[in-house]
Each structure stands twice: as C-alpha cells, then as structure tokens.
Design a protein around this ligand. Structure first.
Ligand SMILES: *[C@@H]1O[C@H](CO)[C@@H](O)[C@H](O)[C@H]1NC(C)=O
Ligand SMILES: *[C@@H]1O[C@H](CO)[C@@H](O)[C@H](O)[C@H]1NC(C)=O
Ligand SMILES: *[C@@H]1O[C@H](CO)[C@@H](O)[C@H](O)[C@H]1NC(C)=O
Length: 453
C-alpha cells in the first residue's frame, strides 16, 4: 500500500530499462545469452543498480535450515498467532518481528504479521506518538520491510506457515477478531536472562498450554492468540549457525530504500573511482562506513555528540581512503559540524544526502521517506562498505556486523582505521566500539549477541 506509488515513481526514474532487466531476470532467467545481449544496451548505471538489487550481500538466502525447522514442527490448522506492533528503528523492529515469526513456527500456528508503530517524524525521540489512548494499530510490515520477498521466501522454505499481511485479511472471520493473550512465560518457557534456555521442549510447551486453556474439542475454529512484543528471546547465537545466518534475512529493507541505496552507492563509486561490483557483495578495500549515533532519540548509552565526533575524526585521521561514508539520521547542521572537523584532517565525510545531489528525483524520494525509512538506505550502503565502525549499544550496528560477518571472505585489505576507544567486537569486516560496563549499567543495551543479522 505505502510502497506502491513510491515504487512506481522510483521505477520511472531508475529507468524503464530496469523493468526490462527484471523481466529478463525473472522470466527468462534460463536464457543467459539473451540476458547478456540486453545488458549491452543499458547504461553502466542501470546495470549497477540492477546488479545491486539482484545480488544481496552474501548471495541468495539459503533456506534449507528454515525448511528443516518448519518440517520438524507440528502444525495446527486454525491456530493463529499475532504479535503486538513494535516501535523504534529498523534494528529493533526487525528483532521483534523475527522473534514473532519464530514464535509462530514453534507454535505451528498461522501468523498475522506484526505491524509497526511509526515514530513522530517531527520529534524523532517520540517513538510512540499519542494515538488517542486506544491500542496502537501501526503500519503494515511494508513500512520498513519487503513484504513480497518475505512472503515468497517463506512460501518457498516454510510452506506450512500460513501468512496474513495484517488483520485486514481476516475481516470476514469473526472468530478471530478478538484474541486470547499468550506469552512465553505463560507457556512455561524457562528463560536465561531474556533468552529461552531449552528450545527442545518449547513447541510441546506451547501446544500443551494452548490445549489446556482452550480445549481443542470445543474451542472456536479458527482461534487467535496474541503475544506482546517479544525481542531477543530466541537463542540464535547458540542455535544452528545456518539458521542464525539466514533467518534474519527473511526481513529485507523495502525496495525503494534499496533502489536509493543502489543509486547512492553508484554515485559514491563514480565519485571516488571505487572498484565496486554489486554482484560481488562487498570488497574489503573500498570505503569505510561509520555510524554517528547521536540523534534526538539516542539514549545515554551512546556517547555525546562531541565525543562521537572526536572518535570518528580520530578513526579517519590516518586512513588512506581520504573519505568515509557516514550513516546517520543527524540534522544537516550537525552533519556539517562533523564534516568540518574531518576536513581539518583532510578527510571528506560523505552522507547519503550528498550522493543524491545530482539526482533530483532521488533526492525528492529520499526526503519523502520517513526518518526510519531513510535509515534503511544507510543500512544497505553500510552492508557494502570495506570496513564498518559502529557502536556496541546499537542493534542497528549489530545487524550490520553480523550480517557482514556471515559473508565468505572478501579480497584485499580493509581500509586502515585506528582508534583508542574500547573495542567491544571486531571481526573481519566490522568494529563495534563501546565499553561493556557502561552498557551493563545502563541496561539499555540489546542482549547481544542474540540477535539475527
Ligand atoms: C504470497 O505467496 C503466496 C505463495 O507464493 C501467493 O499465493 C500469494 O499470492 C502471495 N501473497 C501476496 C500478497 O503476494
Ligand atoms: C545462561 O547463558 C549464559 C550465556 O549468556 C551461559 O554462560 C550460562 O551457562 C547459561 N545458564 C544456563 C543455566 O544455561
Ligand atoms: C597518525 O599518524 C601519525 C604519524 O604516524 C601519528 O603520529 C599520529 O598519532 C596518528 N594519529 C592518529 C589519530 O592515529
């Protein structure tokens, strides 16, 4: 609904050629010769954008572990689960939605996809704007995610799981208009911290709780259970690594944000003559991607603006790239402040807005997106950086780091970046800064690493 008019608009400026390529890719993909002939007639830019959209970082999602999980469950016809809408940014909402999808799979239930509470764009610190006192309804899942991709992927790899985009699809099913509450505590799941301790018994616990509270012989058919928002309860990091690697990829940013990221990355690639090939995911030695997390909604877990600016400037001071991409939802005024400090050490800070300067339509579309939707553009660009530096308190940055770390080896050396800040996590492609004591004291940190990248 939200996606469509914008997407149509986007496709217009991304070029009709793009549509041709999609047709070629999806309808005649068994004719590679034809494909390559068509490619000859398209601009380098169109090819770059198409390659970006067709080639996710790390290649196609491998759904075999999801298939195995779904095949191992007992599915109960007429049993539905829904979860309350989540508020907050991409990382937070993604975490909650993935947990809800996993809950439905464990329950062997049909799933009404959770919705998303839109923050107040005029005051981004307000993630749950007043709504007249009633329950939050929220936006469709399409507000942040690519619903078609989710639906397609799940119907391929978890056909047992029947999906509803929202309660709207069930308007004519009176039995499910109201719901019984269910929680993991209710079913007796034992938690270690926030994480479920024993996954082997969970499905059985859920089933027996449901049958105990609502006798299968006499209960309405269908019947809906409703869960509060749940986050970071499924033990991904300690579970099947293939599942941990792929499950989070069910939720991919919505298409228009990915198209904007493709355009932005193409412009970055041209401006700095990067050797970027979107078919190859990311190359090590291309560009550093840094996260400035100081916006109005940043909790005290994140260092204040001046401190983060100093950290970023220190990081790039002796870097060989001469520029860095900065992901941030900061105001133009504060972006300029950071840029000025970086210029003093000879480094250009590049923001997504800068990469749209010669793109009137792209710029307009970026401005039309909400604050959280614009963050998706940053996310997609960061995924393709040579090295990213984020903050350990940011679930957004954990998403980026874990997602990138699941990608097979990239060539070359990463851009050199040095820091005197404490490093909480470091892998081949990402650094997360921050001290754990501060994080622990403030209790604002997501229970890492139990999130799916
Ligand atoms: C979801 O996927 C199923 C199976 O491929 C398909 O029949 C259905 O039309 C899809 N729904 C939407 C809204 O795309
Ligand atoms: C709880 O989780 C921690 C890791 O976060 C682990 O070290 C500990 O052994 C777990 N406790 C139990 C009882 O499983
Ligand atoms: C940059 O390199 C110079 C020369 O090697 C060194 O003295 C300086 O401390 C470095 N600065 C940072 C911030 O890494």
């Amino acid at each position: 609904m939200l996606a469509s008019p914008r997407l149509v608009y986007l496709l217009k400026f991304a070029g009709p050629a793009l549509i041709v390529v999609w047709l070629v890719a999806y309808m005649v993909s068994d004719q590679p010769a034809y494909n390559s002939v068509v490619r000859q007639f398209k601009s380098e830019r169109d090819i770059f954008i198409t390659d970006f959209l067709d080639h996710d970082v790390g290649g196609q999602l491998d759904g075999s572990s999801i298939s195995e999980l779904c095949a191992s469950k007992t599915w109960t016809p007429g049993l539905m689960l829904s979860c309350d809408p989540q508020s907050g940014g991409f990382g937070q909402v993604k975490d909650a939605h993935l947990n809800c999808i996993r809950f439905a799979i464990e329950a062997g239930a049909e799933l009404v996809l959770p919705r998303i509470i839109k923050r107040d764009d005029k005051n981004v610190a307000n993630t749950r704007p007043k709504n007249g006192g009633g329950p939050y309804i929220g936006e469709f899942i399409d507000y942040l995610f690519d619903y078609e991709y989710l639906n397609q992927t799940l119907s391929e790899h978890c056909p047992q799981l029947k999906l509803y985009r929202s309660m709207n699809e069930l308007w004519d099913v009176p039995q499910v208009q109201s719901a019984r509450k269910i929680s993991l505590q209710d079913v007796g799941a034992k938690l270690n911290g926030s994480v479920i301790e024993d996954m082997n018994t969970l499905s059985e616990q859920i089933k027996s709780y449901i049958d105990r509270t609502e006798d299968p012989e006499t209960r309405p058919f269908p019947i809906r259970f409703r869960s509060d928002v749940i986050s970071s309860v499924f033990p991904t990091a300690y579970g099947n690594p293939e599942l941990a690697k792929n499950f989070g990829r069910l939720l991919r940013p919505r298409k228009d944000a990915r198209v904007l990221a493709a355009i932005a990355l193409y412009n970055l690639h041209m401006k700095y003559q990067l050797n970027l090939d979107p078919k190859q995911g990311f190359q090590h030695s291309t560009f550093p991607g840094l996260h400035l997390r100081t916006e109005a909604d940043a909790t005290p877990i994140f260092p204040p603006f001046d401190e983060q600016v100093s950290t970023l400037v220190e990081l790039v001071t002796n870097s060989t790239a001469g520029f860095a991409f900065v992901a941030t939802g900061e105001t133009e005024e504060r972006r300029r402040k950071l840029s000025k400090k970086a210029e003093a050490v000879g480094v250009t800070m590049v923001y997504k807005q800068d990469l749209m300067l010669d793109e009137p339509e792209g710029r307009e579309l970026l401005e039309q997106l909400t604050w959280d939707q614009r963050a998706l553009v940053d996310y997609e660009i960061m995924l393709r950086a040579g090295l990213t530096v984020g903050l350990s308190g940011s679930i957004f940055d954990w998403n980026i780091a874990l997602r990138r770390n699941s990608v097979p080896g990239a060539d070359g050396e990463p851009p050199s970046l040095a820091t005197s800040s404490p490093i909480q996590h470091q892998d081949r492609y990402s650094i997360l800064l921050g001290s754990s004591e501060k994080a622990d004291t403030l209790r604002a940190t997501p229970p890492m690493p139990d999130i799916v990248g």
